[in-house]
Design a protein around this ligand. Sequence first.
Ligand SMILES: Cc1cc2nc3c(=O)[nH]c(=O)nc-3n(C[C@H](O)[C@H](O)[C@H](O)COP(=O)(O)OP(=O)(O)OC[C@H]3O[C@@H](n4cnc5c(N)ncnc54)[C@H](O)[C@@H]3O)c2cc1C
Length: 385
Amino acid sequence: MTEGEDIAEIRRAVQALCAEFPGEYWRAKDRERAYPGEFVDALTKAGFLAALIPEEFGGSGLKLDAAAVIMEEIQSSGCNGASAHAQMYIMNTLLRYGSAEQKAQYLPGIADGSLRLQAFGVSEPTSGTDTLSLRTVAVRAGDHYVINGQKIWTSRAEHSDLMLLLARTTPREQAASKTEGLSIFLVDMRAALGNGLTIKPIRTMMNHSTTEVFFDDLRIPASALIGEEGKGFRYILSGMNAERILIAAECVGDAKWFIEKATAYAKDRSVFARPIGQNQGVQFPIARCYAQMRAAELMVHHAAQTYDQGGNPGAEANMAKLLASEASWAAADMCVQTFGGFGFAEEYDVERKFREARLYTVAPISTNLILSYLAEHVLGLPRSY
Ligand SMILES: Cc1cc2nc3c(=O)[nH]c(=O)nc-3n(C[C@H](O)[C@H](O)[C@H](O)COP(=O)(O)OP(=O)(O)OC[C@H]3O[C@@H](n4cnc5c(N)ncnc54)[C@H](O)[C@@H]3O)c2cc1C
């Protein structure tokens, strides 16, 4: 893949910013399970989180493929983009399906950093991956909707002003088809908190600021509805394709970080009076991870470019996510093995990145569900569920 100077410039700029946030910064945040607000502010100030916002609203009007490069560089620099990535992928839903009024109302604030759009409320405790079975309801009452229900794993909800919420507006049995009857809303959490919205943090194996969110007769203005009522599942699928592509780019960045760390360590660490990297038993796993990462990288850019051409590349986004998450997890495991005992010591950051990288074969969609999508929708095999 040859990249233009503009993309190379983005890579250099992200690397320079990330250099200000070294391992010590992330280790301290990880230890305290604290939100890396300084890092997110720096990304916002530099304009990276407004990459996809059109220039007329204060952003840089870049394509998803360029946004993918930003997320990849954050990860390959050893930082953790999970603190901010939702703004990129939620943005696409607002850009593709939001009204002119909604864009004018929110985009300038998101671009200048006065508004954070970091929360994505889809997953629920009872429905799991079966999104169409979600139970959170939004009932129209005059010029408002009243929301009741619960979300889980709503990451960054405590650090976001806005949440993109998926809720049922027509009972499943009354909907025209099984994919109709869900709607998406842009919820202003500043007004909602304490007025029907409660957020409860969940501690996880890595520092991810994830939460449970409870809706108890929360009233939101009808103008919070994005697009047409009942069509939310279609909109969310398009947003999920953007999310999968961006997360896949992060996985490629993680894989690059693990490969670089392992290579440097294998050259430097001497055992039996020679560098461990002289042994093919140490070299080959690193080389294999490199090849795996490069293949995933090609699929990520192919998927992003297809998305940028206006399509909804379900198969490509899913394959990018599958290949990249497996490449990053393989590289994480290889890196720990290359470091031996030191892979477990906090100060090398390998164990932290290892824990962080583990997420992506599960979320935002698990490997099995991607395989079943490919089997059914690409290969035409019988539907399994
Ligand atoms: C740290 C973290 C952050 C997250 N952030 C967000 C967020 O910001 N917003 C949000 O909406 N969600 C978020 N999620 C939720 C995430 O998208 C889900 O956890 C993920 O999609 C898997 O869903 P589940 O946990 O309900 O697993 P389940 O659906 O319960 O599945 C459990 C296991 O069973 C397998 N399985 C289920 N059905 C089948 C089948 N038919 N065939 C084969 N295998 C099957 C799955 O592959 C999986 O391995 C987050 C999750 C985590 C852990």
